[in-house]
Write a protein that binds this ligand. Structure first.
Ligand code: FAD
Length: 373
């Protein structure tokens, strides 16, 4: 690098939801940001997923003026949640009024959130979008689970493959969704139906169905009619008569964590730092938690510290250690208990659901973790 070359404050590699949100948050502090996109972008497919976002993530998007820019039908409040074990009698119910909150979570259309963030980044001061690496005081790798930057700085990524895939799709139902999110633990499958007004106000649902990889492949190659029939069987009609209104897409499921999240002038955020199973809908919430923490640490830095200062990055790493560790343990523990086919695990989970349902303080504690409180 030439001595006369201007160094910007932060270069973020990866313009997914986490990278873009971070670019916006840092630009509001007056930091100069380069947001690096791939030099040769692959084929872009519309994301059929919908994300469950907790109160902390929504608050961050509100601060950045993105939340209210989302179309009204692209975000739907969840007021009730029903979790069912493989015994029809074992049901756990959470409600916003019991939890003393306005809503338990919001379900957000993934493609709409990406598009609104992209629009906000285009108009953000101090942010340049580029396909080139830009010299910066701090480099942030926000490249998702297959981060090449993480490999370049020599950081390990301990990965446990669950041998499962999650199928996502959009559905419509003849019964109103009424803001109820439903989840079935039917070992080893985990099936979630999340209320989302797009594309059918009051009657739209987002599906996330985690299954052993081979069975997932079989379900993906079925006709729409056969797939819908299996869905009806798995949900026993509890969410009404279900019809596919999008293509089906699938993702491999892993638990993974980087051995370090910072080093000399670089830091990891989002799925580049940690990946959890989607059964609790928390991966993106963790990534947005990284954004809030890193942005907070940088905004409160002493004036003599550069954004790449080691002490600052250490503060960020310390702040994220516990929440990431706790969520990885919670999702992994739930999966091991709920996806295990043995009779003892079945007995334990069904009794466990009944006990938690009867124990209000434990229920409140579990819900508070999911709400990001
Ligand atoms: C089926 C499913 C359902 C889920 N549901 C939920 C949910 O309900 N709630 C929730 O909180 N989370 C959920 N998640 C998790 C969530 O999808 C991820 O945690 C989140 O998308 C991670 O965002 P990210 O920006 O870190 O990474 P990504 O979304 O992977 O984005 C990374 C970006 O970096 C770019 N990139 C990669 N390499 C380079 C490079 N070398 N140079 C430049 N750019 C690069 C990529 O093109 C991409 O745009 C779910 C996940 C799955 C699979």
């Amino acid at each position: 690098m030439q001595g006369s070359e201007k160094i910007i404050d932060v270069c973020i590699r990866g313009a997914g939801i986490v990278g873009r949100t971070l670019a916006l948050a840092l630009s509001r502090q007056g930091l100069s940001v380069a947001l690096q996109t791939p030099a040769a972008p692959g084929t872009v497919r519309e994301d059929v997923r919908a994300y469950a976002l907790n109160a902390a993530s929504v608050a961050l998007l509100e601060q950045l003026k993105v939340w209210h820019a989302l179309a009204a039908d692209a975000r739907t409040a969840v007021f009730d949640m029903r979790v069912q074990g493989d015994d029809a009698a074992s049901v756990l119910r959470f409600s916003a009024w019991q939890q003393k909150v306005r809503e338990l979570a919001w379900i957000v259309d993934a493609a709409e959130l990406e598009a609104e963030l992209a629009a906000a980044v285009r108009y953000a001061p101090h942010v340049q979008v580029t396909s080139l690496e830009v010299p910066a005081a701090l480099r942030v790798f926000a490249e998702g689970r297959d981060s090449a930057g993480r490999d370049q700085v020599g950081v390990g990524f301990e990965t446990h493959d669950y041998g499962q895939r999650a199928i996502a799709a959009r559905l419509s139902t003849d019964a109103p969704h009424a803001g109820v999110a439903r989840q079935w633990f039917n070992a080893p499958d985990v099936l979630a139906l999340l209320p989302l007004d797009r594309p059918h106000a009051g009657h739209g649902l987002a599906l996330v169905w985690s299954l052993p990889a081979e069975r997932a492949q079989a379900l993906l190659s079925m006709s729409d009619g056969e797939f819908e029939a299996l869905l009806m069987q798995a949900t026993a009609g509890a969410a009404g008569s279900l019809r596919l209104v999008s293509a089906r897409a699938s993702w491999p499921l892993v638990l993974a964590r980087a051995s370090r999240v910072h080093g000399a002038g670089w830091v990891l955020v989002g799925d580049a730092a940690h990946v959890v199973h989607p059964l609790a809908g928390q991966g993106l919430n963790l990534g947005l938690g990284d954004v809030a923490a890193l942005s907070g640490v940088l905004s409160s830095r002493e004036p003599w510290r550069s954004p790449g200062d080691a002490a600052l990055l250490e503060r960020y790493a310390r702040e994220r250690e516990l929440p990431v560790q706790a969520m990885a343990a919670l999702t992994d523990g739930l999966l091991r208990l709920f996806a295990h086919p043995s009779p003892w695990a079945r007995e334990l989970r069904n009794r466990g659901l009944g006990l938690v349902e009867a124990a209000a303080p434990i229920k409140r504690w579990l819900a508070a973790r999911a709400l990001g409180q």
